[in-house]
Write a protein that binds this ligand. Sequence first.
Ligand code: MG
Length: 157
Amino acid sequence: MLRIGLGHDTHRLIDGDALRLGGVSIPHTKRCLGHSDADVLLHAITDALLGAASLGDIGELFPDTDPANRGRDSAEFLRLAKQRITGWKIVNLDCIVFAEQPKILPYKEAIRRRIAEILDIDVAQVGLKAKTGESVGPIGRQEAIAAECVVLLEKNI
Ligand code: MG
């Protein structure tokens, strides 16, 4: 038996010195605004996992009104979400980051490795692609960054 999950997230970009993406800090002139560490990619993956298991979403589990979640490492959200999904194993996940800048390619393998490490899966199970906003819209104007993820779960026998 299989279950599919879909996750999406958007964060506003503000002036900063590093972008947190997929559990990796990338030197950049902007950072994402958010209550936690604002890791848009880990948030999308967390929602995809929770969605596949019909366990709600990241906002329900880790509300931004809870002071405990302020500045929190989003890897903890993802790890805790995975712990809740008992009886299922991850077949694979595939992600897209939508960012005009910075170029993701130099960090792609580090991000894939970090995601695999957080989820305790093989790096070959983690797909990652990056797209620009073609200089139009909030992504293209570098006002926002977004991420999407689909995940496939298989019932543990
Ligand atoms: Mg978010």
